[in-house]
Design a binder for this molecule. Structure first.
Ligand code: CIR
Length: 292
């Protein structure tokens, strides 16, 4: 059993960065035009519950203040890829989101050495799916959802990330993403060698070696699950997938995310979880298999 625990140690975190949604959150980017308006008070409540859930799992959370220049700023995941011993700050694919990463850079660089992606490379962290020591990177197809979902991650961004990952001893492969915003909108890893997601991703050849939970078409938000500290944080309102995950013996925390769903966001987008040095030093057994 010890071996299995080692293999999941990269999903243990003691620290995370989040950012409160600002009063102009509803001005952010969304493909869901004409839907229900954002209830800002509810967004704040849902965000606070999300942060509490991370804290309940033993994670110290820094919650950054909103910045009115960046209505999508709460989706911090897109601005960084964090490894055990280093991090890369990305250039989010949509120009309206460039600049969100400045405060994130300052925050992470104080914790571990932080590299920066250079333009014209672009990449959203939502396109980066880590499964143990392998990284699957979603590359936006140029015809992405017929222009409704503009491309976010380009080949130049992917190349820079791959070089960075290799310098830390990790390997990567690519998956074309067309029908959804990010790779992790369509598929996530939930531990126990299992992926959950939309049929087209879960049954993609790239993921053939994993056990699969396919979400039913009426529960697309259940594809985005955050696996942290042996628990799964998922979107409430997806009873079939939730029951399946519970039946597999997972510790499931289903939380309401309706206001973030309206802005194409999910549970993985709202935090950058990481291991800080104290954690690495205090838990040597958990990093015994690190290739770093
Ligand atoms: C955007 O379109 O960029 C934001 N409204 C949503 C970003 C969600 N981020 C993520 O899935 N990692």
């Amino acid at each position: 059993m010890q071996g299995e625990r080692y293999s999941e140690s990269d999903n243990y975190f003691n620290y995370a960065v989040c950012r409160t949604p600002g009063a102009n959150f509803a001005d952010g980017i969304t493909s869901k035009d004409g839907g229900e308006p954002i209830d800002y008070g509810k967004a704040l409540e849902q965000h606070a519950r999300y942060v509490d859930t991370l804290r309940d799992l033993g994670i110290s959370v820094t919650v950054l203040q909103p910045d009115a220049r960046f209505p999508d700023g709460c989706f911090v995941e897109d601005t960084a890829v964090v490894l055990e011993k280093g991090a890369m700050i990305t250039n989010p694919g949509d120009v309206r989101r460039r600049g969100e990463a400045e405060v994130i850079y300052a925050e992470i660089d104080s914790i571990k050495p932080t590299a920066r992606m250079t333009l014209p490379g672009t990449l959203d962290g939502g396109d980066v799916l880590r499964i143990r020591d392998h990284f699957y990177i979603g590359v936006s197809n140029r015809s992405k959802a017929n222009g409704k979902l503009p491309p976010r991650t380009n080949e130049k961004g992917v190349r820079q990330l791959v070089d960075f990952l290799r310098s830390h001893g990790f390997e990567a492969s690519f998956v074309e993403v067309d029908s959804v915003l990010h790779l992790k909108t369509g598929i996530t890893y939930v531990g126990k060698n299992t992926v959950v997601g939309l049929d087209e991703f879960v049954n993609h050849a790239a993921f053939s070696q994993y056990k699969k939970i396919v979400v039913p078409p009426e529960e697309p938000n259940a594809a985005n699950v955050l696996f942290v500290n042996d628990a799964l944080i998922m979107h409430a309102g997806n009873p079939k997938t939730e029951a399946k995950l519970r039946a597999y013996g997972f510790d499931v925390r289903a939380i309401p995310m309706s206001e973030f769903e309206k802005m194409d966001g999910g549970v993985t987008c709202l935090s950058i979880p990481m291991q800080t040095q104290e954690r690495l030093e205090s838990k040597p057994a958990q990093r015994a298999d690190r290739t770093l």
